[in-house]
Design a protein around this ligand. Structure first.
Ligand SMILES: Cc1cc2nc3c(=O)[nH]c(=O)nc-3n(C[C@H](O)[C@H](O)[C@H](O)COP(=O)(O)OP(=O)(O)OC[C@H]3O[C@@H](n4cnc5c(N)ncnc54)[C@H](O)[C@@H]3O)c2cc1C
Length: 453
C-alpha cells in the first residue's frame, strides 16, 4: 500500500497506541492513514518463535486492572494463559542460590525488614503524587530534583534493598536507579496501582501472557484496518499549515490531513522535523525523555527440567547478565516439553557482545540458577532493543531528574492539529501495553472532537 495524498487523520506509528487510535477513529467514521517506519506493526511488541513456540521479544505479560488491553485482546480473540508460578522461586545473591515463595526473596531478617520499610515509605510517598499532573504534586521539585538512587540513600536503604530496587529499575525502565527521577518512579508505580501490583505474578502485571504472543493483537488490528496501514513509511516532517491542517511527509511523499496523532515514544519525536518549529519546551521535552534499554534471552529445552526439581522458573540474580527469569513454556502441562526460559538481561554488558558470547553468557546465567542442564538447549534466541536501527530502546522512557517539572506539562498537550499518544503519555499503566491502548483511545477521542467541531 502506498501513502495516500490526503485523509482526515494521519497516525504516526503502528504500535499499540497508534493502531488503537486508528481503530477508534475508523469506528467513528473517519478516514485514517497509519504511517509506520518499520517493516512490521507492533512497535515494542514483536513475536518470534523458539523451538516452534511463539515468544515475545518485547512486551509479554498482562495482569489484572489492565482492562483496556484485556478488552481489546478479548475482542480480537487473543487468549491469555497464566504464567507458570508453581514451586520455588530462586535468588542468586552474593554468589549463593537460595529459594523463596513470594515476590520478596528470602533474605536475612534485617534485610527483609529494610525491604518492607522502604516499600512502605515508597508507597506512602506515591499516595501524594498527582499522576495526571505530577509537577503539581506536593514536593514535586524536591522529588524531581533527585534520582531514585538518591532517594533510597536519603532514607538509608540498605545495600540489599538498593540492589533489589536496582533490579526493579532495570526491568521496569531499562535504566539504573541513578538515571531515573524519583518523581517519575513514584508516578509510574502509582499509575500501575502500586509496587505489588506492578511486580507480582499472581494478582500482578506478570499474571498472564498471550498464548500466541502480544504482536498477534497488533496484527489483528492491522487486518481490520487493511490498507490504511502503510509499512516502511518513516515520518520525517510535519508541517502545520495556516488553514489549521497538517502536511505529513514520509520519504518524499506528503499526506494532507485535518490532524495528526504522533504515537511514538517522546524521544523519537526528535527524528521528525516540525515546521514551523514546535514551541521550545516540546523540543526540550523530546531531548529530555530518553528511552531505557532492555534485552531478553530465551532458551528452549526438551523439557522444563526445573519443574521436576520443584522450581517455578522464576528467579532473581544480583549477578548479570541474566537478572530475572520466568518459565514461558507453552501450556501448563507439568513436565511435558518443550520447556522455555525467559531471561531479562542487562543491556549494559550484554548488547555489545557478539551473538555467540551473548548466547554463552545467557546460558551460563540460566545454569547458575537452574543447574547445568540449562547449558544444553535445543534452541536459543535473544533480542537487544537498544541496538535496533529504527526507533531503538525500550521498555519505556527512563525519565531523568528535572524533566517532569520542567517539561512534563507539554507531554501530551496538542499543538494546533498535532496530537500525542504512546504509552509514555498515559495516566494508567503508563509504560505498558495497557497504557499504550489507553493513550491511543484518548488521542482518538480528542481528534474526533476536533473533526466534528
Ligand atoms: C523488552 C520489553 C519488555 C516489555 N514487557 C512488557 C510486558 O511484559 N507487558 C507490557 O504491558 N509491556 C511491556 N513492555 C512495554 C510495551 O512494549 C510498550 O509499553 C508498548 O508496546 C508501547 O506501545 P506504543 O504504541 O506506545 O509505542 P511503540 O510500541 O514504540 O510504537 C511506536 C511505533 O512508532 C514507530 N515509529 C517511531 N518513529 C516513527 C516515525 N518517525 N515514523 C513512523 N513510525 C515511527 C515505531 O517503529 C513503532 O512501531 C515491554 C517492552 C520491552 C521493550
Amino acid at each position: 500500500m502506498s501513502v495516500p495524498t490526503s485523509t482526515d487523520v494521519v497516525v504516526v506509528g503502528a504500535g499499540f497506541a497508534g493502531l488503537s487510535a486508528a481503530r477508534a477513529l475508523v469506528r467513528s467514521g473517519h478516514q485514517v492513514a497509519v504511517l509506520e517506519g518499520r517493516d512490521r506493526v507492533g512497535g515494542r511488541s514483536s513475536t518470534a518463535t523458539i523451538a516452534g513456540v511463539p515468544v515475545d521479544l518485547g512486551a509479554t505479560f498482562v495482569g489484572p486492572t489492565q482492562d483496556a488491553v484485556l478488552a481489546l485482546a478479548a475482542e480480537l480473540g487473543c487468549r491469555t494463559v497464566p504464567t507458570y508460578d508453581r514451586g520455588k522461586n530462586l535468588i542468586r545473591w552474593h554468589g549463593r542460590v537460595r529459594s523463596y515463595r513470594s515476590t520478596i526473596p528470602r533474605l536475612s531478617m534485617m534485610e527483609l525488614f529494610d525491604v518492607s520499610r522502604i516499600q512502605w515509605r515508597f508507597e506512602r510517598l506515591c499516595r501524594l503524587i498527582r499522576v495526571d499532573e505530577p509537577w503539581n504534586s506536593p514536593n514535586a521539585h524536591k522529588l524531581d530534583g533527585r534520582s531514585l538512587e538518591g532517594w533510597l540513600r536519603s532514607v538509608d536503604a540498605s545495600a540489599s534493598t538498593r540492589n533489589l530496587m536496582a533490579i526493579m529499575s532495570r526491568v521496569t525502565w531499562g535504566a539504573e536507579p541513578d538515571q531515573v527521577s524519583m518523581l517519575h518512579a513514584a508516578r509510574y508505580v502509582k499509575a500501575a496501582g502500586g509496587l505489588d501490583r506492578m511486580l507480582d505474578v499472581r494478582g500482578g502485571a506478570q499474571q498472564d501472557r498471550f498464548a500466541e504472543g502480544t504482536q498477534q493483537i497488533a496484527l489483528r488490528m492491522t487486518e481490520e484496518l487493511g490498507d490504511r496501514v502503510v509499512l516502511g513509511a518513516p515520518v520525517d516532517r510535519i508541517e502545520r499549515r495556516p488553514d489549521g491542517t497538517v502536511a505529513v511527509g514520509s520519504a518524499g511523499t506528503v499526506v494532507h490531513a485535518q490532524a495528526v496523532i504522533v504515537a511514538v515514544p517522546p524521544a523519537h519525536r526528535s527524528a521528525i522535523q516540525f515546521t514551523p518549529a514546535l514551541p521550545e519546551p516540546y523540543t526540550e521535552l523530546a531531548a529530555s525523555w530518553p528511552q531505557g534499554n532492555l534485552s531478553k534471552a530465551y532458551a528452549a529445552y526438551e523439557r522444563p527440567f526445573w519443574r521436576a526439581n520443584g522450581c517455578s522458573g522464576e528467579a532473581l540474580s544480583d549477578e548479570g547478565p541474566v537478572f530475572i527469569t520466568f518459565d514461558v513454556s507453552p501450556g501448563d502441562n507439568g513436565t511435558a516439553g518443550p520447556g522455555i526460559l525467559l531471561g531479562f538481561t542487562d543491556s549494559r554488558s550484554f548488547d555489545r557482545l557478539p551473538a555467540e558470547q551473548r548466547c554463552a553468557q545467557a546460558l551460563s546465567g540460566f545454569a547458575a540458577l537452574f543447574g547445568d542442564a540449562a547449558l544444553q538447549p535445543i534452541d536459543y534466541l535473544d533480542h537487544c532493543w537498544g541496538t535496533e536501527q529504527f526507533a531503538p530502546g525500550g521498555p519505556t522512557a527512563a525519565v531523568p531528574p528535572g524533566s517532569w517539572t520542567q517539561y512534563g506539562r507539554w507531554l501530551r498537550e496538542p499543538v494546533d492539529a498535532i496530537y500525542w499518544a504512546g504509552t509514555e503519555t498515559a495516566d494508567k499503566w503508563t509504560g505498558f501495553l495497557d497504557g499504550a491502548v489507553r493513550s491511543g483511545q484518548r488521542a482518538a477521542e480528542q481528534v474526533a472532537a476536533r473533526l466534528t467541531g
